[in-house]
Design a protein around this ligand. Structure first.
Ligand code: HEM
Length: 141
């Protein structure tokens, strides 16, 4: 059972991370499209479907399966897991910040230039590297 849930966990994080890396990239191009243009309206549809169709369900599944695994294996006492919880919480905050930017775009109220989205695109990448090292190497405890 544990391994089946872990397989589901890995599938969920792959889907979540695909969106966390791709959504800010869409914002980079969307920021350069004129508001109300055909291009901008197409980006709105892509962004909405990516966030609500893939990223949000994947994030919920990652949390539910991850907390189940941690409970089953007794990881709540392990320091590496505390560090992982910190980074996945930062990932979750990033998710909600991207959701806020998407909402601004959907209302034609984007307040940032494409360069800003290029920079924040790196945040989920860095968090993902830390999280994977923590869970695979378990460098402390
Ligand atoms: C959302 C909250 C999350 C929680 C509570 C959580 C918790 C856990 C737990 C307890 C395990 C089992 C570790 C083991 O059996 O040794 C696990 C496995 C794993 N997690 Fe997460 N996780 C979360 C999100 C993530 C994210 C965002 C990533 C990557 C970006 C990730 C990557 C992995 C990987 C690669 C494994 C498999 C490790 C192995 O092969 O044993 N997790 N997770």
């Amino acid at each position: 059972m544990y391994l089946w849930i872990k397989a589901l966990h890995v599938l969920a994080i792959i889907s979540w991370m695909a969106g966390m890396l791709y959504l800010p990239r869409l914002f980079v191009y969307h920021a350069d499209a004129a508001p109300e243009s055909d291009k901008s309206e197409t980006f709105k549809i892509m962004e909405r479907r990516l966030l609500f169709g893939i990223m949000t369900p994947a994030m919920v599944t990652a949390w539910l399966t991850g907390l189940f695994l941690a409970t089953e294996a007794g990881f709540f006492r392990s320091p590496w897991f505390h560090a992982k919880l910190l980074f996945v919480s930062l990932m979750t905050i990033s998710h909600f910040m991207l959701a806020k930017y998407r909402r601004d775009f959907s209302l034609d109220q984007n307040a940032h230039q494409s360069r800003f989205y290029r920079v924040i695109n790196e945040v989920p990448t860095l968090l993902m590297i830390f999280i994977v090292i923590l869970v695979i190497v378990k460098p402390f405890g």
